[in-house]
Design a protein around this ligand. Structure first.
Ligand code: SAH
Length: 514
C-alpha cells in the first residue's frame, strides 16, 4: 500500500480566486507551474493556465450547460491521472472548500488513497462584496457573517435553508448560487419577518472586467434583477453593510472599468502591458499571437555573438534580441568582459532596460521607437565610416536600418537572434473568450503583432476598436484595412497605456455630457 502511494502523484485542490489574476495566491501559482495535469472549471480565470509548463496536459472540466462532465467523471479523472504518477492540479473558482463540491472531490481522492493538498483561495463570497465596496463587517452594523447557498442538492426533498434562523440571526448574510431563485428566497425571508427595506446587493462576475452590481432592498431586489436580466454567477449580500457602498465603491470607478481589452503579444512579454491595463480596471484578454523561437540558423548567430569583441557598436532593436543575444553569449563565455569594447545602442526604452539588466551601459538610446531615429542619432555621433556594427535583430525585420548604416560607410553584420512564429494554440481559452464575449479594444505593439493577429483569421468582434503603439504599427494595420482609433504619442508600453486611458476618459466624459 505504501509503495503504490509513493508512486502515485498528488492532487492539489487549488483555489483559483474569484477572477482577478492578482487575487491568486503564490502557492497556487507555484502548483500550476509544477503541474503535469491541470483540470479547471469555468469559474477559474483561464489566464492562469499560461503559467503552466508547455507540456502540461490541460483539461477543461466544463460545468457549463452542454459541456458537463459529471462529478463522478471529474473525481475519476483526478484519481486516474494521479495513479499515472502525475502531479494533478484541480483548479476551482474562489476557495476550493467553499461550496462548489470541492469537499466531495477531496473525499473521493482520500478514499482512493491518493495524497492531496488543499490550497485555499480568496472566495467570491468575500471578494465579491469587497470589490463592490461592501465590507463584510462594520463595528456599527454587525458582529457576525453567514454564508449560505441558494442552490441546494436537487436530491434534497425539502429546503435545508432555515429561513427562520437566518431571519433571527441578522448580521451580514452572503448567498452564493441561486440568483435565478432570488424571488422565492426573498419572499421566504420576508415571510419570516425580515424588514422589507433591508439593503441587498448583487455582485456578478465580481473582480473581473465584467463586474456589475445591482442594489435594492429585500422587497424589490428580485424584481429589479429580473428587470435588468441580472445573470449568474453572482453573490448576494443582505445587510446594513450594503449601504457603505455609497462611499466605498472603488473598483467600478477606475478609469478602464468595464473595458475589455485584447493584448496581443508573446506570452512572456504580455504581462507588463496587461498588468498596467488591469491596474486601471480593464478586463484584459491576453491573446498570444506570436511565439519567440530560436533563429533558423542558430549556429551562424552563435558565431557572430562569439565575435562581438571585434565590433565598434552593437545595436539592439528589441528586448527579445537582447535576451537571445545574452543567452547565447553566456553559453559561450563565462566572463562578461569577453564582450569587448563595443559601444551599445538600444532602440526604445524597453530594449535599453533589458541591456541595463545585464549591467551594461547604453551609449546611444534613440528616444523614438523607430529605426529612422537610430540613424539620426548615429549621424549626430559623427562619422561612422568604416566602423564595424553588429545589428542584433529578428529574422524578417525591416531592412531600413542595415541599408542606411551601410550607406553611411559602416560595415554592418546582421545577427538574426530569433524568429517570431504564429501562436496557434489556445491553451488559455482566450480565443474562445474573445469569440464569445467580444472586446472593446485591441492593442498592437508592433507590425508583427498586427500581421500575426490577422493571420489567425479570427472573426473581428463587433465594435472592437484599435490602439497602436506608433506610426509604423499603424501603417501596417491600415495597409491591412484596419482603422486606427488610438495611436500612442510615446511609442512604448507606458505611452500606449496612457493613450488608451485618455481615449476612454474622453469617451466617458463625452457620454456623460451628451
Ligand atoms: N468556491 C467558490 C464558489 C463556488 S459555487 C468560491 O469560493 O467563490 C459557485 C458560485 O460562486 C456562483 O454561483 C456564484 O454565486 C459564486 N461566484 C463565483 N465566482 C464569482 C464571481 N466572480 N462573481 C460573483 N459570484 C461568483
Amino acid at each position: 500500500m505504501t509503495r503504490t502511494t509513493k508512486q502515485n502523484g498528488t492532487v492539489y485542490l487549488v483555489g483559483a480566486g474569484p477572477g482577478d489574476l492578482g487575487l491568486v495566491t503564490l502557492r497556487a501559482k507555484e502548483c500550476i507551474e509544477n503541474a503535469d495535469v491541470i483540470v479547471y472549471d469555468h469559474l477559474a480565470n483561464p489566464e492562469m493556465i499560461s503559467w503552466a509548463r508547455n507540456d502540461a496536459e490541460i483539461i477543461y472540466a466544463g460545468k457549463e450547460p452542454g459541456e458537463n462532465r459529471t462529478q463522478q467523471e471529474i473525481n475519476a479523472l483526478l484519481i486516474d491521472k494521479a495513479r499515472e504518477g502525475k502531479q494533478v492540479v484541480r483548479l476551482k473558482g474562489g476557495d476550493p472548500f467553499v461550496f462548489g463540491r470541492g469537499a466531495e472531490e477531496a473525499q473521493a481522492i482520500a478514499d482512493a488513497g491518493i495524497a492531496f493538498e488543499v490550497v485555499p483561495g480568496i472566495t467570491s463570497a468575500i471578494a465579491g462584496p469587497a470589490y463592490a465596496g461592501i465590507p463584510m463587517t462594520h463595528r456599527a452594523h454587525n458582529s457576525h457573517v453567514t454564508f449560505f447557498t441558494g442552490h441546494e442538492d436537487p436530491a434534497k426533498a425539502e429546503s435545508a435553508i432555515d429561513y427562520a434562523a437566518l431571519a433571527k440571526l441578522g448580521g451580514t448574510q452572503v448567498m452564493l448560487m441561486g440568483v435565478e431563485r432570488l424571488g422565492s428566497i426573498t419572499s421566504k425571508m420576508l415571510e419570516q419577518g425580515v424588514r422589507s427595506d433591508l439593503p441587498v446587493a448583487l455582485v456578478r462576475s465580481a473582480t473581473t472586467g465584467q463586474q456589475e452590481t445591482l442594489t435594492g432592498t429585500l422587497e424589490d431586489i428580485a424584481q429589479k434583477a429580473v428587470a435588468s436580466d441580472f445573470k449568474a454567477p453572482a453573490v448576494a449580500v443582505f445587510g446594513e453593510v450594503v449601504g457603505l457602498r455609497h462611499s466605498l465603491n472603488w473598483y467600478e470607478k477606475r478609469p478602464l472599468s468595464g473595458k475589455r481589452i485584447v493584448v496581443t503579444r508573446t506570452r512572456k512579454q504580455a504581462s507588463v502591458l496587461s498588468n498596467k491595463l488591469r491596474a486601471l480596471g480593464a478586463h484584459v484578454i491576453e491573446l498570444p499571437t506570436i511565439r519567440i523561437e530560436p533563429p533558423s540558423d542558430l549556429r551562424e548567430f552563435a558565431e557572430l555573438v562569439q565575435d562581438t569583441h571585434i565590433y565598434d557598436w552593437i545595436v539592439f532593436t528589441s528586448a527579445n534580441g537582447v535576451e537571445a543575444f545574452f543567452d547565447v553569449f553566456f553559453k559561450l563565455y563565462d566572463d562578461a568582459r569577453e564582450i569587448g569594447g563595443a559601444r551599445i545602442a538600444a532602440i526604445g526604452p524597453a530594449t535599453a532596460q533589458r541591456v541595463k539588466d545585464f549591467h551594461l551601459h547604453v551609449d546611444l538610446q534613440p528616444e523614438e521607437f523607430v529605426a529612422e531615429a537610430v540613424l539620426r542619432e548615429f549621424k549626430k555621433q559623427g562619422s561612422i565610416e568604416n566602423l564595424r556594427i553588429l545589428l542584433v535583430r529578428a529574422e524578417k525585420a525591416r531592412d531600413v536600418l542595415p541599408k542606411e548604416l551601410s550607406a553611411l560607410g559602416a560595415i554592418v553584420d546582421e545577427a538574426f537572434a530569433y524568429r517570431t512564429v504564429p501562436e496557434t494554440r489556445d491553451t488559455s481559452g482566450a480565443r474562445r473568450q474573445l469569440a464569445q464575449d467580444g472586446a472593446d479594444l485591441i492593442t498592437f505593439t508592433s507590425s508583427s503583432t498586427v500581421e500575426n493577429f490577422l493571420a489567425l483569421g479570427l472573426p473581428w468582434p463587433k465594435g472592437m476598436q484599435v490602439a497602436s503603439i506608433g506610426p509604423i504599427t499603424s501603417k501596417t494595420a491600415r495597409d491591412h484595412g484596419l482603422k486606427i482609433d488610438i495611436e500612442a504619442q510615446r511609442h512604448d508600453i507606458g505611452g500606449l497605456v496612457q493613450a488608451v486611458r485618455q481615449f476612454f476618459t474622453k469617451e466617458s466624459a463625452g457620454k456623460q455630457s451628451g
